[in-house]
Every structure is written in structure tokens, then in C-alpha cells.
Write a protein that binds this ligand. Structure first.
Ligand SMILES: [Zn+2]
Ligand SMILES: [Zn+2]
Length: 370
């Protein structure tokens, strides 16, 4: 009898607890149903505020680098086309306009309406395809009365002229709809700012020198895309180099001496060979040819690591990643890179924000897209 009674009491308590939990859930569900509209409105308002506030978010003085695009032409779920945003003090620059990257720039909290200039490394489509959208957003987003400067090696005039022409009808529609005060007609599109380089293999030229921000363009080797360049940015004791597309290259190593971060393109040949083997089975002969050609004008992670080691850079970030791989396979992508460089190596993925506070040696990295 005692056993039977002691079995009933816990059952009774369990039943009471269950009824209490169910009652609470029912009240919550009913309340949510009654106030559904108010709750959804509050959530939507919060999200919109967060988006707008992130645009206005003030960062500490220094260099802040946003990886808005870290991919290559092959489709990649984690990466759009190559695009690196550099905020230096009050100034904002975009290096390369990979397809899909303009949206990431906004999502990462950079105010595209305040861009000082867009710098192009060369004119392969995966580096220029987003130029029209960037120029449009910079114009409309900032009510700018002057076109944005598009800086690049000779040939940039042709690229900018083409995008300006393609977007000229859109500009007319927007002025007619929003009014010239909001979108001044004089600010639509871009203004090409070509620079020359001497014939030396390590030729370089300063293309921006403004309020402590110095940007130097230097030749790299991406033949037959010629001239192709990388960029070095210096600001208040901090420095970085963006390689653009290139084979391993002496002028890049020279420019990278002692920089805080080297952003170097990287393609893993052993994995591209695997794609090539599969491409050989596909009915498209062009894929097999292209995958065989790719290593001929790009850099393996191991070679990027050698350059980083020889140039004593403090942190190596790989971007323009090929083949497209999920982060879980980063070690496979890196191969033997760690043999050649003792410092930290980050395999780039869209949304990384790398911050270099002014006059310090701190480097912080965080993901701001997810
Ligand atoms: Zn290229
Ligand atoms: Zn490329």
C-alpha cells in the first residue's frame, strides 16, 4: 500500500506541473496572437534601426578593412567576387568591384554614400562587374554632386565610360522621380582617374595622398592583363597590401616589407587539378581548358605564405579563394603554407572586419555579416 501511495504523489505533482506549463504556453500564444501586429512592428523597427545605426557606427581611428568579397569567378556560397573596403580615418576606399559585393558593403555597416574613390587592380570581369551598382549607390546614397573617382591603370577610362553609358538611362529615371536635390544629376556615375607606371617591373606610383592616407599602386604580374597592380595603404603607423591578381611577384614582396596585413590572392593548384580532372569528364571543353590555365597567372597559398615570411608581414589574409570550399576544408586549401610562414594565416570569407587601431600593433578580426 505504501508503495502505491508514494507512486501516486509524484504523478500528481507531475500532472499539476504539466497543466501549469501548458497554461503558461496557452497564455503566451494567445497574447502573441492578440498583439501579433504590435510585436512584428517592434521587431521590424528594431531590425531597421540596427541596419541604419550600423551605417552610422563610429569606429576608432585607424585602418578598418572589410572583406566584402573574397571569391573568384567560380560560384561560392560563402564568397562573392573580390572586393576589399578600406576605411582610413574619415576616408573610405573600395578596392575592386567583384560581382555581388556592393550589398555586402552596406550589410557590413560601411556607408557607400561616403566613398572617396574606387580603386581597380585590373579589368577582368570578376574585378569590375559591380562598378555600376557601386557608382549608383554612392551617388544616390550620399546625394553626391560629383561623380566618384575610379582610380586604375590605363584602360580604366574605357571601363568607366562603358558603365556610365549603361547606367545613363537609370540616372535619368531617378532624377525625374526623386528630384535633383536628392540625386543631383551632376553626381551620377564615375570619373576615371588613370595613372601611368614606368617600364620597370617594380614600378610604383602614389595615387592617393590625403590627410595622412597614402595609397601606392605597384605593378604585379597577371599577364596578359597588363598593367595589373596591387595597392599598399599607409595610415597613422599602420599598413596593408592588397595583391590583386598575380603570380608570385618581387614588387609585391618589396611593397609588403613589414606591413601589418598582407591580403594576398590564393588558388590551391592541387585542388584545381581535381576540378580539372572532373572537368575532363564534362561535355564542355572550355571548362577543362580554363581549369588547366588558371594556375598560370595566380598564386598558391604556399607561395603567398613564402612571400609573407620573406617580407616579415604580421598577418596573412588569403582572398580570391579558388576553388570554392567551405571553411571546414581550410587546412586542405592551405596545404603546406604553415611551413613557410610562422605568423597567423586567415583564409578569407565574406564579412570579416579587420581593424588596425592607429599607432598601435593591435590587429583584431571579427565576422560582421552573420
Ligand atoms: Zn584577373
Ligand atoms: Zn580575379
Amino acid at each position: 500500500m505504501q508503495n502505491t501511495n508514494s507512486g501516486k504523489k509524484p504523478m500528481g505533482r507531475l500532472l499539476k506541473a504539466a497543466i501549469w506549463v501548458v497554461s503558461v504556453i496557452v497564455i503566451i500564444v494567445m497574447t502573441a496572437a492578440v498583439f501579433q501586429k504590435q510585436i512584428l512592428t517592434a521587431v521590424a523597427t528594431k531590425i531597421i534601426q540596427q541596419r541604419l545605426l550600423s551605417q552610422a557606427h563610429k569606429k576608432d581611428d585607424g585602418l578598418h578593412v572589410g572583406l566584402a568579397g573574397t571569391g573568384a569567378p567560380f560560384p561560392d556560397i560563402n564568397r562573392v567576387g573580390p572586393c576589399i573596403v578600406v576605411e582610413a580615418g574619415k576616408h573610405l576606399y573600395i578596392i575592386d568591384a567583384g560581382p555581388g559585393s556592393a550589398r555586402n558593403i552596406g550589410l557590413m555597416g560601411f556607408d557607400i554614400g561616403k566613398v572617396d574613390a574606387i580603386l581597380l587592380t585590373h579589368f577582368h570581369s570578376d574585378h569590375i562587374a559591380e562598378l555600376g551598382e557601386m557608382m549608383l549607390q554612392r551617388w544616390a546614397g550620399g546625394s553626391n554632386a560629383k561623380p566618384v573617382d575610379v582610380i586604375g591603370p590605363k584602360g580604366v577610362e574605357t571601363v568607366v565610360e562603358g558603365f556610365n553609358h549603361a547606367y545613363s538611362l537609370d540616372a535619368r529615371y531617378r532624377v525625374a522621380f526623386h528630384g535633383a536635390a536628392t540625386v543631383p544629376p551632376s553626381g551620377a556615375g564615375g570619373r576615371a582617374r588613370p595613372f601611368g607606371l614606368s617600364s620597370e617591373e617594380d614600378a610604383s606610383v602614389v595615387v592617393v595622398d590625403k590627410e595622412g592616407v597614402k595609397i601606392t599602386a605597384f605593378k604585379v604580374n597577371h599577364y596578359p592583363a597588363y598593367p595589373a597592380v596591387g595597392y599598399r595603404v599607409d595610415y597613422k603607423g599602420r599598413s596593408l597590401v592588397v595583391s590583386g591578381d598575380t603570380l608570385p611577384c618581387q614588387s609585391l614582396k618589396k611593397q609588403s616589407q613589414g606591413v601589418d596585413v598582407l591580403f594576398h590572392e590564393a588558388q590551391q593548384p592541387s585542388l584545381i587539378k581535381m576540378i580539372h580532372a572532373q572537368a575532363g569528364l564534362s561535355p564542355s571543353p572550355s571548362l577543362a581548358k580554363i581549369t588547366a590555365d588558371i594556375p598560370g597567372y595566380h598564386t598558391a597559398p604556399e607561395d603567398a605564405a613564402k612571400i609573407a615570411g620573406e617580407a616579415s608581414v604580421k598577418h596573412l589574409v588569403l582572398y580570391h579563394i579558388l576553388p570554392p570550399l567551405p571553411p571546414v576544408l581550410n587546412n586542405m586549401f592551405l596545404g603546406n603554407a604553415a611551413k613557410y610562414y610562422n605568423g597567423p594565416i586567415t583564409v578569407g570569407v565574406d564579412g570579416l572586419l579587420i581593424s588596425l587601431p592607429a599607432n598601435s600593433d593591435k590587429i583584431s578580426i571579427k565576422q560582421v555579416l552573420k
